[in-house]
Design a protein around this ligand. Structure first.
Ligand SMILES: [Ca+2]
Ligand SMILES: [Ca+2]
Length: 248
């Protein structure tokens, strides 16, 4: 004996994103077709693209937001936003680097910073021509000068560049009565000039030409015909205007 069975059956089918669908029937055999587009999200998040999943940091609500600058500093899809925050309890500045789409961010202390002077991103420039821009950041200051550092986005973090011995490196730009400093971005890297007045009213200008290799600054490789660009000038006027000359 065969008995009938009647009832309702509900199916729920979910997709992770809004998706177009179509419902139709087919014959022989008779079928009901629910045709749902389930293509992968064509716009993968920045976190997925760069592989920086889970890089999140704590941001205290008491921090005071400073300056933001956005640009592509990892060379992969979309811009990143670099923002400084003053931390009154610590007396230092933090920097946040965040994906423009909000899919990841990383927070770290700005080295050498204090609340006496504002820390802020200055601009982005690819110093070693590897297609990834480095971050120039003002990290400290003086009476009439400021200190800047250059950071490289590496291993999902904004890491400070180092000197050739692996130590901390920063540059001062500015002037006092007896000395002055200037940094200029050049086609090979950076030219850093430090000038001081010597006893006989002469400016002695020490010039260092450096290139970025990975996250370390090295002296510019020179050939046999190289001449040290350092010089002296008897002029009483300052030999140059103290400034950071980089076209970001
Ligand atoms: Ca990017
Ligand atoms: Ca680079």
């Amino acid at each position: 004996m065969t008995e009938d069975f009647e009832g309702y059956l509900s199916w729920t089918l979910g997709t992770e994103h809004f998706a177009a669908f179509n419902v139709f029937t087919l014959e022989n055999p008779k079928r009901l077709v629910v045709d749902i587009c389930h293509e992968e999200d064509s716009a993968a998040s920045q976190a997925t693209s760069i592989g920086c999943l889970g890089e999140w940091g704590f941001k205290d609500p008491d921090w005071i937001e400073g300056v933001s600058l956005s640009g592509d500093i990892d060379g992969i899809v979309g811009d990143e936003i670099v923002t400084t925050f003053a931390d009154p309890s610590l007396g230092k500045w933090w920097m946040e680097i965040a994906a423009d789409d909000g899919s990841w961010r990383h927070i770290s202390l700005v080295p050498g910073s204090s609340l006496v002077f504002e820390a802020r991103p200055l601009g982005f420039l690819d110093m070693d021509e590897d297609g990834v821009k480095e971050v120039f950041m003002k990290t400290d200051g003086g009476a009439s000068s400021f200190v800047f550092r250059v950071f490289v986005f590496d291993d999902c973090e904004l890491q400070p560049t180092l000197n050739s011995e692996g130590g901390d490196i920063s540059w001062s730009v500015g002037a006092s009565a007896m000395n002055m400093a200037r940094a200029t971005c050049t086609e090979f890297g950076m030219s850093v000039e430090n000038a001081q007045v010597t006893g006989d009213d002469t400016w002695s200008v020490d010039v260092n030409e450096i290139v970025l290799s990975g996250i370390a600054w090295e002296p510019l490789p020179v050939d046999a015909g190289w001449v040290d660009p350092s010089y002296e000038t008897p002029d009483l006027d300052p030999p140059f205007a103290p400034s950071l000359n980089c076209e970001f």
